[in-house]
Design a protein around this ligand. Structure first.
Ligand code: EPZ
Length: 418
């Protein structure tokens, strides 16, 4: 299962190059099957979710390679519209394939994707949007059967929730529409803009991503492309919060600081000195933690749910009372009992965690339950006095490439053990 062994109380200083965003690479891999020509993605992280998505593409008939951060995909012989249930369960993002397989084959068979440990993760918004586009959908035995009896034509869809995955699925399902599809109340994350830019670089005609309305002018076909996805704002934000907690001087390269404006705004109110310059963010901290106040996770550009666990670690050691509310997912506080083992004083009321900041945390044996909760336990261990062992780090390896290597390059004392 793997564990990290961490000796805390060290400052973190150095320079890190941020790799491509997991939550960009995954939908881009789904979109890559929309062309018979070669697709190349650069600067990709060597993480489990990417390998699992590549395994699904291979099961559909794509030929892929992944070396030194470069992924190549050749879907010229793709011949299968069925996503293996076992593979689909490995990865929530398998649902992104629904729209692209439908566009490719006018039919798709997919099992319900694995819910992550953070909530039920329903897909009703995905299915409702596809049905409104005219896709015939039946569900039987845990499998979803989709069929386009005729080409998708001009339409206007309003999402009940600005779901990231549903927005991406409906964009990919509409790329070859015979007409114009307008999507309203869509997600506005940078990864949605990245998907639009990627598809347009392949010949699609999509406009408006990043705002509340996306307009897709259907095209006949897409061509191959070489593309570098945007930097991972959640990985960057994780190391910014680590720096704020432990003190030091960290420079992150390859990340558009605009994507982290909500975090920068929160951390700038503490003792951190944050300098931003195009795609470089520098955070200097004396390791003191004035009151964090109230944090509510919201849809982008609000405070990201994927940084809630990491910010909770900062709340555990911030002066006074910190109140963190998780408005996006229903069970994203699973790491809190582990926080308490390290000396955190925190009370959970519904979707709100109320922290009474403590000056010290103590190393302990703790267990990762999900990706970002696991990352937050590493941050706690880096701050705590003594030794912390974080078990089940397979959750962390889903979204962070060799987190221990990054942290050691910043001066942290961490090793990976079996
Ligand atoms: C994406 O998940 C990200 N994953 C998540 O990152 C991220 O937390 C989430 O967006 C929100 O930003 C990828 O991009 C691979 P949603 P997604 O659909 O698309 C509800 C990480 O740590 N909902 O925007 O699954 C849902 O339950 C991961 O990197 C429905 O009710 O998230 C949630 O409450 C975790 N019905 C809210 O919407 C639906 O059909 C937002 O979910 C779909 C979603």
């Amino acid at each position: 299962m793997g564990r990290f062994i961490i000796n805390g109380e060290r400052q973190l200083s150095g320079v890190l190059d941020i790799l491509a965003a997991k939550n960009s690479v995954l939908p881009l891999l789904a979109a890559a099957i929309l062309t018979d020509e070669k697709v190349v993605l650069h600067n990709c992280p060597d993480i489990t979710d990417v390998h699992n998505m590549l395994a699904i593409l291979q099961s559909l008939g794509s030929v892929t390679s992944f070396e030194n951060g470069v992924i190549t995909i050749d879907s010229s012989n793709i011949n299968n519209e069925i996503v293996e249930p076992k593979l689909a369960h490995e990865l929530r993002s398998s649902i992104f394939l629904l729209g692209s397989i439908l566009s490719k084959f006018n039919k798709a068979i997919l099992s319900y994707p694995g819910g992550c440990e953070i909530g039920e993760r329903p897909i009703d918004i995905h299915l409702k949007g596809l049905k409104e586009l005219g896709v015939h959908i039946t569900e039987e035995g845990g499998l979803i059967y989709c069929k386009n009896n005729k080409k998708i034509t001009s339409n206007e869809i309003v999402l009940d929730i600005p779901s990231v995955g549903a927005t991406e699925n409906l964009m990919m399902a509409s790329v070859f529409a015979d007409g114009i599809v307008t999507l309203r109340n869509v997600a506005r994350e940078p990864e949605i803009v990245d998907l639009q830019n990627f598809l347009n670089s392949m010949g699609a005609k999509i406009y408006g991503a990043g705002c509340g309305v996306i307009v897709i002018h259907g095209v006949k076909r897409l061509h191959g492309v070489e593309y570098t996805p945007i930097g991972d704002r959640i990985v960057a934000g994780t190391y910014m919060i680590a720096g704020a907690m432990c003190g030091g001087d960290i420079t992150l390269k390859g990340i558009n600081c605009e994507y982290l404006s909500s975090l920068v705004s929160k951390l700038s109110k503490t003792t951190c000195n944050i300098q931003v310059n195009n795609d470089i963010i520098r955070i200097k901290s004396k390791g003191r933690h004035p009151r964090l106040g109230k944090i509510d996770t919201m849809y982008y550009p609000g405070f990201p749910t994927d940084l809630q666990s990491q910010m909770s670690a900062l709340g555990a050691v911030a002066d006074g009372i910190s109140i963190i509310t998780e408005n996006i997912f229903e069970t994203r506080f699973k790491q809190i009992p582990e926080f308490r083992k390290m000396g955190a004083i925190v009370d959970i009321k519904g979707r709100t965690a109320i922290f009474e900041g403590v000056p010290k945390l103590y190393g302990a044996e703790v267990k990762a339950e999900d990706l970002r909760g696991g990352a937050s336990l590493v941050l706690m261990g880096l701050y705590a006095c003594g030794t912390t062992v974080v078990h089940d780090i397979k959750h962390i390896d889903r979204g962070y490439q060799s987190m221990e290597v990054d942290i050691r390059s910043l001066g942290g004392d961490i090793i990976r053990a079996d």
